[in-house]
Design a protein around this ligand. Structure first.
Ligand code: AGP
Length: 372
């Protein structure tokens, strides 16, 4: 009913708008007054966490994209090798797992059969399994050694939005916690990131306040057949997520690429007026990546692409090559997906609406996929 949707036309719009609160709720009570993490729910003893020599993340769809981003954070902050794998592929390749492996299963519903089968397989090999889940008491957390709940609240729309942002927050918390427990040379950086996380909900709120031009742009693209998405580093999984949203909601052909791969094939796809969304890393921090992606934007635009550029406030280098410029607040490199994903959600939702699609219930899809 209209009341359930809180005055919005679709649950998806309501859930997009709820993201600042969802992010704040997922942080609530998990950072103490001294700026340290207190993840009591992670009932895997610190002694066991110190013995871990590898992390493996399993998930599907949007949760898999959160896992891809988590890999960058975990490897950077803990120096533990981290693999991320589609849950549906995982057990069929006989993965190498033992008691020193920490498996992280990410799932909004907690009922996804592919993810459940992957975690069962991991536990049979003696690995510890930590679930990141949004649904209290669901099967995946019940069958795991520990669970860190995301506090997004119920997500009704089939397309995952607020659950994704809170999965990212939970992944950062786990990565930082592992760093804290194991002690890494990034101690100062970890403390700084914990501080930055505390203000990130405000940054998400600011993005939401600037989305009207994105909606207008989406409406002008309603008759397009294809949209491409490019990103690098943590912007690469964001590009994949932008493409997945467009597929499931707008039923359009959409693909995400790592921008560095363009020259290895995908650049041949570029043609006159093809919309290409580019997620630009911060010019601060890893500035080499930033400069490389600016050259990519230049290259595709020279070949006729219509460039839709998502870049940090104050990034002037992109301006000459952006047909459409979407600004996002400056964040630390690893946290950028929390703000960069939001315009892509709004973009897909508006395109779906413009094409007359059922936003909350896309064809052929179910909210939780309980078959393998
Ligand atoms: C996201 O928009 C999709 N509907 C889908 O990819 C989803 O993320 C996937 O099926 C995993 O679901 P889960 O998080 O409930 O396990």
């Amino acid at each position: 009913s209209a009341a359930e949707k809180g005055g919005y036309d679709y649950f998806m719009l309501k859930e997009i708008a709820e993201q600042p609160k969802a992010v704040a709720d997922t942080l609530l009570g998990r950072i103490d007054g001294s700026g340290s993490l207190t993840l009591d729910e992670v009932r895997i003893p610190p002694g066991v966490l110190r013995e871990i020599d590898k992390v493996v993340i399993v998930a599907c769809g949007t949760a898999f994209h959160a896992g891809m981003i988590a890999k960058y954070a975990i490897e950077h902050w803990t120096r533990l090798p981290c693999e991320v794998e589609l849950a549906s592929e995982f057990r069929y390749r006989d993965p190498i797992l033992d008691a020193q492996t920490l498996v992280i299963a990410i799932s909004q519903s907690g009922e996804t059969m592919d993810t459940l089968m992957a975690l069962r397989h991991a536990r049979e090999q003696g690995s510890k399994v930590l679930a990141i889940c949004n649904t209290n008491g669901s099967t995946i957390p019940r069958e795991s050694d520990a669970v860190l709940y995301t506090h997004a609240g119920p997500e009704v729309a089939v397309a995952s939005t607020k659950a994704f942002l809170t999965q990212l927050v939970a992944c950062y918390l786990v990565a930082l916690y592992l760093g804290q427990v194991r002690g890494t040379k990034w101690g100062d950086e970890i403390r700084a990131v914990i501080r930055d996380l505390s203000s990130i909900a405000g940054a998400v709120e600011r993005v939401l306040g600037t989305m009207e031009p994105v909606r207008e742009l989406a409406r002008t693209l309603a008759s397009k057949k294809t949209v491409l998405f490019l990103g690098r580093h943590v912007g690469y999984p964001v590009a994949l997520e932008g493409a997945l949203k467009l597929k499931e909601l707008a039923y359009m052909h959409a693909e995400g690429f790592a921008a560095g791969e363009l020259k290895h094939g995908p650049i041949a796809l570029i043609e006159e007026d093809l919309p290409v969304v580019v997620v630009v890393p911060s010019p601060r921090g890893r500035s080499v990546l930033h400069d490389k992606i600016v050259s990519n934007i230049q290259e595709i635009r020279a070949r006729g692409a219509r460039t839709i550029v998502i870049a940090e406030e104050g990034d002037e280098a992109v301006v000459p090559y952006a047909d459409h410029l979407v600004r996002i607040p400056a964040t630390p490199t690893l946290l950028q997906p929390l703000v960069a994903t939001v315009p892509l959600q709004v973009f897909a939702c508006e395109l779906a609406t413009a094409r007359g699609n059922e936003v909350d219930q896309p064809r052929n899809l179910a909210k939780s996929v309980t078959v393998e």
